[in-house]
Design a protein. Structure first.
Length: 286
């Protein structure tokens, strides 16, 4: 097994473990931290902070330090997670509805759209053909695919690299190539089908290393370089005093960048499914 396969296997196992944690009255931070610990116990590192995005929040909602968000009955919860083995990463997502069955069809829409996409995702398939299949399947279920979120190629230490795989027919004629590592992630909604930036997520990644005068900030920066390289990390993971102040400083200097939460523009509810594949070979996160 190579490191891509190991990362994929850990990612899949952590997703199935995480799915069972999504229950009424559980804190989102507890779910995220347990999944992150599971990834480490299985021999990986989190490729990015686990996202627990609820209802109209489509993506990038990783719990903050001391986050008090609790899962409620009727919530539509997207878990998005990945494991890294030496920078080779898996990326996967699933959607769980808590205690009700109102969004079963919307959950099925993204799962079926993902299946269609995986069938098509062979060497020399154009990415717009995959987008077209995803869009059609989601519309068949009576929902809208989210147009400004997309799947992506993965390269070592870079979770969003190279080509993107759209969730609609965007006419992009670029092709998948044998051996490429690609994450495909359909999103469905009963809203507008576009997301906009929401609150800050406290998830960051290294952007541009440059000298910094503040000694504590220098310590944090070297810790980030050593432990995460260019992979996203959470403020939760950095056990340094005054960490929020230091992160703001690094952000202001352009050394790190922060990812905002992504929310549906008309506050429509959102479902997501995601797998990482090695094109022409297999689904790594099955
Ligand atoms: Co992804």
């Amino acid at each position: 097994m190579d490191d891509w396969e190991k990362a994929g296997k850990i990612t899949a196992e952590a997703r199935e473990f995480g799915r069972k944690l999504v229950k009424e009255n559980t804190l989102a931070i507890e779910i995220a931290e347990k999944i992150e610990k599971k990834i480490i116990d299985l021999g990986g590192k989190p490729a990015f902070p686990v996202d627990v995005s609820i209802n109209h929040i489509a993506a990038h909602a990783s719990p903050l330090i001391n986050d008090q968000t609790k899962i409620k009955k009727g919530d539509l919860v997207k878990l998005d997670l990945g494991a890294s083995v030496n920078g080779y990463m898996g990326d996967t997502a699933c959607t769980v509805e808590v205690g009700t069955k109102k969004y079963e069809k919307m959950i099925q829409a993204t799962e079926e759209a993902l299946k269609e996409a995986l069938k098509l995702a062979k060497p020399n398939t154009k990415v717009c053909e995959i987008g077209d299949a995803i869009q059609k399947k989601i519309e068949e279920y009576g929902y809208t695919s989210i147009h400004n979120l997309s799947g992506h190629e993965i390269k070592q230490y870079t979770i969003h690299a190279g080509i993107t795989v759209p969730n609609f027919n965007n006419n992009d004629k670029r092709e998948l190539k044998e051996g490429m590592i690609v994450a495909i992630e359909p999103f469905a909604t009963d809203g507008e089908g576009r997301v906009m930036e929401g609150k800050p997520s406290n998830v960051f990644s290294l952007e541009n290393i440059k000298p910094i005068r503040n000694t504590n900030a220098r310590k944090v920066l070297s810790y980030i370089q050593k432990n995460y390289k260019t992979m996203p990390f959470s403020a939760r993971w950095l056990k340094f005093p005054n960490i929020n102040f230091i992160l703001r400083l690094l952000e202001k200097e352009g050394i790190i960048k922060q990812y905002p939460q992504l929310v549906e523009r008309r506050k429509g509810f959102v479902t997501q499914a995601e797998h990482t594949i090695k094109v022409g070979e297999k689904v790594l996160t099955a």
